[in-house]
Design a protein around this ligand. Sequence first.
Ligand code: AMP
Ligand code: GLY
Length: 429
Amino acid sequence: MSTSQKVDILLLGAGGREHAILAKLAESPRAGKLYVAPGNGGMYGLATKVELDAEDPVAVAGWAREHAIGLVVIGPEAPLVAGVADAVRSAGIPCFGPNGEAAQMEGSKKFAKQVMARAGVPTAAYRSFTDEDECAAYVRQVGGPIVVKADGLAAGKGVIVAQTTEEALEGVHECFGGTFGDAGATVVVEEMMEGPECSLLALTDGKTLVSLATSQDHKRALDGDRGPNTGGMGVYSPVPMVTDEELATMVDIEKRVVAELAAEGITYSGCLYGGFMLTKDGPKVLEFNARFGDPETQVVLPRMKADLVDVFLACDDGTLDAGDVRWDDDWAVSVVLTSAGYPGSYEKGKVITGIEDAEAMDGVTVYHAGTRLDDEGRVLTNGGRVLDVTAVAPTFEKARELAYAACQKIDFDGKTYRSDIGLRCIQGR
Ligand code: AMP
Ligand code: GLY
């Protein structure tokens, strides 16, 4: 598959995930000119910023054709669900990321649950509702603890893990009341599962599936897994508590889902993200996402030995091979620096200092998430999750120590982070 021909690449997205993808693409000898829409303050040294609505399929495909782009890489879920990959492929341009129909694995929890049922994949028992009274009656009948989810995309916030029936009923009311917009018009009620969580990202061309290294996100805002759910506060890879048997089960589950979709006429190509709970009855699926995880990507890609341009093109043209991806033996830990107040309201525009000092440390990379550059080239905060301070080292302890030492070097008004990222890895299950 490997040729020496260079390809110009357009990457869509603006988070730490996209910065990590861009850095890995830039390492490839096959990377030609790199473009990003819209990108963030850390990405413009590697790629040219493009003014483009990344969620508009016609605009993306048109721009890519005009600029002779040889690969479009879609980072976030919204353009996938909007059908950007379909439009790019229809224009004859290779694309990394599933078409809109396949992206329903993330875009609709109901769709994903139905595919899982047909594929015989273990997941929480569920019912879905479009009527608030029926939904509330069911919740009263089953009782807490129980989980209530808005069906559509809600940026990780449309999930209420309710310990009591009252909490669950409030969640039902919140979903139907419009808190999550259209995403709440259908509500899924799920059995509550218990156990540690593990993310398993996999690359697939719709036939072959190559799983990437395991990782564990920390979704809650505060130390000790307290506080509200966020987009992710920190992550490490690999996850030593996962047994070989559990890993084999998770890979098998992902293969079955891709095969089930293929049997139904849907080619799933791109990254399939399985969110698993390691229950006492084995791994069960919490959710699927149709893209790389954020912040999981920031610890998975640095450890991956592969030419990402080749691999992404192989996912698109159906020539993915298990031998394309290998791993180094190091450990990676990433701590997310957030703006005070996140995931609630927070201020933007604070000057960030010390990123170069942090990156001068051996093994440390700082991926930008919510940042932008001002006219003088200073880096300013521009979002809730600001930076992913990532360290790679030969032992877990060393990687964790390095990541936290690097966090100390960086400063901005309102800098906030969890101090216990990866502690569970040391403490075990
Ligand atoms: P989701 O976006 O569906 O992955 O849910 C976000 C988080 O809510 C998950 O990472 C879990 O921590 C929790 N959660 C979701 N569904 C369940 C469930 N059925 N049982 C227990 N916890 C859940
Ligand atoms: N880390 C959670 C996600 O990417 O959805």
